[in-house]
Design a protein around this ligand. Sequence first.
Ligand code: PXG
Ligand code: PLP
Length: 443
Amino acid sequence: MSEVAVPTESPAPAPDLEAFWMPFTANQQFKTNPRMLVAAAGMYYTANDGRKILDGTAGLWCVNVGHGRREIAEAVHQQLLQLDYASSFQMGHGGAFQFAERLVKLLPGDLNHVFFTNSGSEAVDTALKLAIAYHALGGEPSRQRFVGRERAYHGVNLGGIAVGGIASNRRFFSALTPGVDHLGHTHNLEHNAFSRGQPQWGASLADELEAVVAKRGAETIAAVIVEPIYGATGVLVPPVGYLQRLREICDRHGILLIFDEVITGFGRLGVPFAAEYFGVMPDIITAAKGITNGNIPMGAVFVRQGIYDRFMEASGIEFAHGYTYSGHPVACAAGLATLDIYEAEGLFNRVQTLAAPWEAAAHSLKGARHVIDVRNLGLLAGIELEPTEKPGARGFEVFLRCFEQGLFVRAAGDTIALSPPLIIEPSQIDQIFSTLANVLNQL
Ligand code: PXG
Ligand code: PLP
């Protein structure tokens, strides 16, 4: 595997930290005690003190083929020199069409058209607009409502926070986020703690959707949106049969089903998309992150043939929507190079091979201090810790100590979320879980 060499010249002087308003960060706290990265290659970051930090979360769930990949860097470089920017509004360039064609081959069933965005958040809001417009074009303009779930993360744009189930992200914005009901989440320690893979208990939780339909009327609901596996709020794996049951209820009532696969897409479960893994066909899939290895921002919305066809019955501009950078040539070049790597290195199959040792290593933490649950599927794991009186404090402390001990993890509240690049070696899996065991025993 070729990687770009870490630069050896002396690094630039430390920047002033004031001007950059950091996203989802305690800015003041961070700026008094910053953690700075200066380089990355393969499975490792390099911190500004020269320490190598094993990347246990693929950056922010996105660097699936590992860091510093020369193939992607060169494709991006070439593209910038060849055609740096071209709009996709009433114009075309080959890269976007080629990337679209390659991508839809990875999707199950007839999810065979793709709308490009620049992020997962934009993909989600695009999907919501598509769902409403689809029904309106089909003579059902009253279908304007959505059903999401408690604890869901669907990005931070207005549609995404409305369907999302994180009240703190929606705080202040009630005027712009009406029209959504939320099903309960599926997490249940009493029934499902330490499940290996999918929990057995909980399919019937999907029946809450019937109650929402009864309350609101099917004729008011455009779509149900779910993360097949919750990511940002702590790696919650769906109970056996749960997603199937949602699909059945949606079918019964003419409601579209959207899978938000921003995290689960691109091999995390050993197949391209979770829809295939779970054997459930959604009508729309949103994706981002691993689509370009997180190297250039990009998101995508995949739709089934029938949705595309309904829009194409119109003349003129069929969907009044699009971003300046939809189908950006450089993002498409990065994406094509990323797909080449997935394929050449058989990385999705690799996840199938690693899933069992990964599961065993994760569950070796059962019995470690403070651990109240371990969850896993594919190359995902969540290690839930008993909260202290200050929820999230223990998770953050573990994140800090892991960083000191050379391991990068994500604290989702008091759950340590693990989602490494798909190129991880077995010895690095051991390093992740032995570092965590160490840290937990020192707390
Ligand atoms: N949907 C899902 C399911 C996601 O996981 C988004 C939408 C939004 O994507 P963008 O590209 O707009 O960030 C995401 C992103 C975390 C964390 O705390 C998770 C995400 C983003 C940032 C932090 O684990 N997921
Ligand atoms: N705001 C203004 C004033 C704009 O002109 C545009 C795009 O032309 C936007 C917002 C949207 O930007 P983007 O297409 O990058 O999402």
